[in-house]
Design a protein around this ligand. Structure first.
Ligand code: AMP
Length: 307
């Protein structure tokens, strides 16, 4: 398997200015896998769910080439549950509840045929689980990407820093990047992250796009301006899935490929925001995202300036 992903597979209850959704299917790994499935035919999903999780969603993942050997169901267990409430600006959000449930004490096992994966996506979850997955990969992957959030910085900073030191790309939102480094301006934040280990830092800025730093180089992609944002939950995970899925498809980890991958991630993430949970991502087809890709490209192309 060329792409291995680990992250939560969960139930989410979400409140946004557009309305509410109760216990919809979510979790970082769900969004990542759906997004990456546009680029890779097969991927390994490492996660844990309870008996309460719906088979229908697992069938959707399977139909998109997601292998389930690394997905453990705990008998009688309850799946990870997250409840969030968004502010009017749809950028700020409050976590109302985080119930780890089956995630607590779970030790991930990477199936034998995925131990030589070339691309590894350490999606948002307990950093000690991210580390355990990475430790089981026997040959050095071409690219390891890590995403995380403030919840883990608050309760497991040391363990998080340990796994960050082992990855190639840190993907993080703006506010969390500042929390991680204690610095304000993004070039300084990026320099501090480079010192922690990752050669590349991608900072997600919500509706204001994403900025990537690598060895003195900087690249910025706007986000697709949307008339209506229903629910931004999972936009960051969708971005990550599009980013690594695209690179795995190319088999290329160069700066130029990563620039394209940032744009792919931004375009896919814009669809996630159009409906609650994973709904929109489940119906997204290739011609829709290709068309938005062309719109985004047209938005940033201009003739060179004459003096
Ligand atoms: P995002 O909006 O990209 O930050 O991702 C939201 C998704 O992350 C939701 O589907 C949640 O189930 C999941 N999530 C929320 N909190 C956590 C956490 N502490 N660890 C792992 N996944 C989480």
């Amino acid at each position: 398997m060329s792409l291995v992903i680990v992250g939560t597979v969960a139930f989410d209850s979400i409140k946004t200015p557009s309305g509410k959704a109760d216990r919809v299917v979510g979790g970082a790994a769900s969004y990542i896998a759906l997004a990456a499935s546009h680029f890779v035919r097969e991927q390994e999903l490492i996660s844990v769910i309870g008996e309460d999780f719906p088979d229908e969603f697992l069938s959707v993942l399977k139909s998109r080439g997601v292998n389930m050997n690394g997905l453990v169901t705990i008998e009688g267990g309850k799946s990870f549950f997250w409840e969030g409430s968004y502010h009017e600006d749809l950028i700020g959000r409050d976590t109302v509840t985080t119930e780890l449930n089956v995630l607590e004490g779970w030790v991930p096992v990477v199936p034998e045929n995925s131990k030589s994966a070339k691309y590894v996506m350490l999606g948002n979850l307990d950093p000690s689980v991210q580390m355990s997955v990475l430790d089981q990969i026997s040959t050095r992957p071409d690219l390891v990407v890590l995403d995380t959030m403030n919840f883990w910085m608050d309760i497991a900073m040391e363990s998080l820093k340990k796994v960050i030191s082992k990855v190639d790309v840190l993907m993080i939102n703006e506010e969390e990047a500042r929390q991680l480094t204690g610095l304000k301006t993004l070039p300084l934040v990026a320099a501090a992250v480079h010192k922690m280990g990752p050669k590349t830092v991608v900072i997600k800025k919500g509706e204001h796009g994403a900025i990537m730093f690598e060895e003195g180089k900087t690249f910025f992609s706007p986000a697709m301006p949307l008339e209506k944002v229903v629910d931004p939950t999972g936009a960051g995970d969708t971005f990550a899935g599009g980013f690594i899925g695209y690179l795995a498809r190319l088999g290329d980890t160069s700066w130029e490929a990563k620039k394209q991958a940032v744009v792919v991630g931004s375009v896919l993430a814009s669809f996630t925001c159009e409906d609650f949970g994973t709904k929109r991502l489940q119906t997204l087809n290739e011609s829709e995202w290709h068309s938005r890709m062309r719109q985004l490209r047209a938005m940033v192309k201009f003739r060179s300036i004459r003096g």
